[in-house]
Design a protein around this ligand. Structure first.
Ligand code: MN
Length: 339
């Protein structure tokens, strides 16, 4: 089961593709990737035109789903998260205003360009080097359409690498990253996979895409995780000292002198009492209000963000964690958008 897990949901399709002549396969892959990027490009263009025509928006959060789960070391359920998060964002059980009063139904506040068709691309036996490039290119297509800014729905945490890479390359320099997670995700590689969801921040730091990386909520960290943190100058805030660090973390000022702030929220940064629907249940985490206090009080120009690792296959029957992930997206929207 574990080796099948590493190969991904479409393992059997990939085996079939191995019997297809190489040139035929490559031409088909190129066409599918072109079509995927065309879909994102045209949707981003349309949404950008709409927001600009309405006028008055300086920054608009734009959802971009990346339903990718095969770089998880344990379960692949995060591949199914984006539609569940969207459903919960617009659930009739709550209104469409953020806590500080921004109206999500205003397309100048929040828009949506849909999902990168990850499973369809993988179904054509496209490898991860290329898939990661498609994800980066998709993020750049959103950023082409000012004032849209990417708010990415994962997916497992491996997606943060191609997303941050795209944001930094497009803006022309490093960002500061606020990373909420039970884990530092900074292994050089995990089980031989350099794109593992446990290695995304090693790739980000190697690439020079971040000046500062602040990791908050950490409570499952190995010796390698601490050594890699030191090697890359990461500021790791562990849960065991959260009561001491709270005041600092609730008064952050980031992004000055660089291209802005990127926020990456792994849903497992929250205590499983608040968010049981994750692959890696790790007791002793942040409360939902802890996270909101950190977000609401953060000073800085948030240029992009992601919410990752929500696993619908581990959620409660009433979709509690979907609502948690959706509220994180709603409050990140408030942080990103400026009218
Ligand atoms: Mn995690």
């Amino acid at each position: 089961m574990s080796s099948l897990g590493r190969r991904g949901i479409h393992f059997f399709h990939k085996l079939n593709a191995a019997n297809v002549p190489t040139d035929l396969l490559e031409k088909g892959q190129n066409r599918v990737i072109d079509a995927s990027l065309t879909l994102i490009r045209e949707r981003a263009k349309l949404k950008g035109e709409l927001v600009r025509a309405l006028g008055g928006a300086v920054a608009t959060a734009s959802l971009l789903g990346v339903p990718l789960g095969h770089n998880s070391s344990f379960l692949q359920g995060p591949a199914f998260a984006p539609p569940r998060i969207r459903e919960a964002i617009w659930c009739g059980s709550t209104n469409s205003a953020t806590e500080e009063g921004k109206e999500l139904k205003d397309p100048r506040v929040l828009t949506d360009v849909g999902d990168v068709p990850v499973q369809e691309i993988r179904d054509c036996a496209v490898d991860d080097d290329r898939l990661m490039n498609v994800i980066s290119d998709s993020v750049k297509l959103v950023m082409e359409e000012a004032p849209l800014r990417p708010l990415v729905l994962g997916g497992d945490h491996s997606i943060s690498y191609p997303v941050v890479r795209a944001v930094s390359e497009k803006l022309g320099g490093p960002v500061d990253i606020l990373h909420l997670d039970a884990h530092p995700d900074i292994y050089h590689s995990f089980e031989g996979n350099k794109y593992s969801h446990a290695s995304s921040f090693a790739r980000i730091m190697e690439g020079g895409y971040a000046r500062r990386l602040l990791q908050v909520g950490i409570r499952s960290i190995t010796t390698e995780g601490r050594e890699q943190g030191k090697r890359f100058g990461v500021e790791q805030f562990e849960m065991r000292t959260f009561s001491r660090d709270r005041e600092f973390l609730e008064n952050l000022k980031l992004g000055e002198g660089v291209k802005g702030v990127y926020i990456s929220i792994d849903v497992d940064s929250l205590d499983p009492a608040f968010a049981p629907g994750v692959s890696h249940i790790e007791p002793g985490g942040l409360s939902f209000r802890d996270v909101l206090n950190i977000l609401h009080n953060l000073q800085g120009n948030v240029v992009a963000a992601d919410v990752v690792e929500f696993n619908p296959q581990r959620d409660t029957v009433d979709g509690m964690t979907a609502m948690v992930a959706a509220k994180l997206v709603r409050e990140l929207t408030a942080k990103i958008s400026k009218l």
